[in-house]
Ligand binder design. Sequence first.
Ligand code: IPM
Ligand code: MG
Length: 358
Amino acid sequence: MHKTIAVIRGDGIGPEIIREALSVLEKIAEKFGHTFTYTDVEMGGCALDKYGDPLPAEELEKCLRADSVLLGAVGGEKWNDTPGDKRPEKGLLRLRAGLGVYSNNRPAKIWKQLASASPLKEAIVERGIDFIIVRELTGGIYFGEHKTEGDTATDVLRYSEAEIERIARIGFETAQKRRKKLCSVEKSNVLDSSRLWKKVMHKIVADYPDVMLTDMLVDNCAMQIVKNPSQFDVIVTENMFGDILSDEASQITGSIGMIPSSSLGATARGLYEPIHGSAPDIAGKDIANPIGTVLSAAMMLRFSFNMEKEAQAIEDAVSAVLDEGWRTADIMPGDAEEAALCRQVGCSGMGQKILEKL
Ligand code: IPM
Ligand code: MG
């Protein structure tokens, strides 16, 4: 099969983690007889510096012409004082909106090899951590009006029924393919948008009689994720709650560096990115963990290109490398005895190990 991939290296550690993911994709192409062609797209701080715009229209066009989009990370302290509408992150938000990828899928799954890296008590980890956060990605407070007038700032959180319904359906369908438990997370004791959210969830549950729907307030959910994460199968929630809860969920699995994500809309074209940021403090030092990006590339093969075997081959290779004890700095065990059984590698070293397994 021939597929075109728009590649956004971005800022900070973005270029190094993307480099490893591309070598893995090339290996897959060779092994399974595919051809992938790549188009470089500039977005984020690097685009802002060069063009004065974090996502020039032409760069978005390149993504819209590709079969899928792979992204490293954007942003950094350097642009902290940039006005909101020009920040690197704004490029990312415009990309998500421009691609129409309203459904963001963020797995929180513990790798057995890294169980000891979880900050949770062993007894909690042993019950299993394997859930998915389905985050609404193109609406809510991220996309409402933002303004500052004098000493007052306003951000608008708005959702229409249609926007809620389409993400709700993704939540139900995701649960149907798993353990059939969907937890809808909102703040309906305070927010109108959350009351509408809850109402829509309970309206369409009738179409999914095999799924058990529960409701949870977001503050309680934040607590339950650390207290009893094994209760969750699929969580569906609005944009900002999903942003916050997915960082929390990533930490209980050991490292944010391991977590991939997929964002999809009405077509097969998706946006695939690790959930971590651009980590400017470690950029260029060859110590970043490329696994979140490599696994995002695997998700792209599975969800956009329908290449299940190929995706599985990447995931198995990552697992085999972890089995052998290879670790980037962020996933080295804290315990000295355990650390002695592991070997530390850098970003390119980890990529190399994954390639060898493939
Ligand atoms: C994420 C990030 C982004 C978000 C930022 C960089 C805009 O935190 O993908 O979770 O808030 O969506
Ligand atoms: Mg985030």
